[in-house]
Design a protein around this ligand. Structure first.
Ligand SMILES: [Zn+2]
Length: 249
């Protein structure tokens, strides 16, 4: 019976509507965790705690209200406090947009913002990162978090990112690094901890791969920079690194 109801639900409602409903549920959940111990920078609310997440449960991971993860809060805090993202006029391309971050960015009047995904239900436009349908030198900022592991041809994607970012623009990349791998491991038919298809597990050579793709790379460990107390209060996790990429001259 439950299976039939699920099937009807999926048939009647589009993926976009289902995601919206899903997030309404999270919003209501947030009221049950109101408190003062932790602060989510994405929804600007205070809670008793962040909630566990993942197949292998990570503590203090998910915001009870806006459902952001550690890496989403790291990214937003970085953009808000360490860059000109909040006030300068910028053209932005955001791959595989995280629901809450897309909501925040779309409201910002200083941004000409486009989100893109290979699945048109999940973003404003259908965009294949291996063949980006925009002219050369077009974007000031490109956000690409936890995307490159899912792309069949990573070097084609990097070459496209390099092509469409302006010469002085920034490509902000995040990915999961498998600490036990010194070199990235590529194979078909793999899955990550969220049961999503991946084509590679990035190892410690990830910055080298970005450099080989034509970028200068700065690695930012925001949780370390803000210190243990602030990192715990904002739920920034550990090893959520930002790879800030600029086009090599
Ligand atoms: Zn939140």
């Amino acid at each position: 019976m439950l299976q039939i109801i699920k099937k009807i639900y999926k048939t009647i409602l589009s993926e976009k509507t289902r995601i919206k409903l899903h997030h309404t549920k999270f919003f209501i959940r947030g009221f049950f965790y109101s408190g003062s111990k932790v602060t989510c920078v994405c929804c600007n609310k205070n809670f008793t705690k962040f909630l566990p997440h993942g197949n292998v449960k990570r503590q203090n991971a998910v915001c009870p209200s806006c459902n952001t993860l550690e890496r989403n809060r790291v990214l937003y805090l970085y953009l808000r406090d360490r860059t000109n993202f909040i006030y300068d006029k910028l053209s932005v391309l955001h791959f595989a947009p995280e629901y809450k971050l897309e909501q925040i960015f779309r409201k910002r009047k200083n941004l000409t913002y486009i989100s893109g995904d290979i699945n048109p239900e999940l973003a404003m436009q259908q965009v294949d990162i291996q063949s980006i349908g925009f002219p050369d030198n077009h974007f000031d900022v490109i956000i690409c978090s936890h995307v490159l592991g899912h792309v069949p041809d990573e070097f084609k994607a990097l070459s496209e990112l390099r092509r469409v970012v302006k010469p002085d623009g920034s490509v902000i990349i995040m990915t999961k690094i498998y600490e036990d791998l010194s070199a990235t491991f590529e194979a078909s038919g793999m899955q990550n901890a969220e049961n999503q298809e991946i084509f590679r597990k990035h190892g410690k050579d990830f910055p080298e791969r970005l450099k080989n793709g034509g970028f200068e790379v700065a690695i930012i460990d925001l949780a370390k920079e803000v210190g243990n107390l602030a990192a715990a209060k904002y739920g920034l996790g550990e090893n959520e690194l930002i790879y800030l990429c600029k086009r090599k001259a």
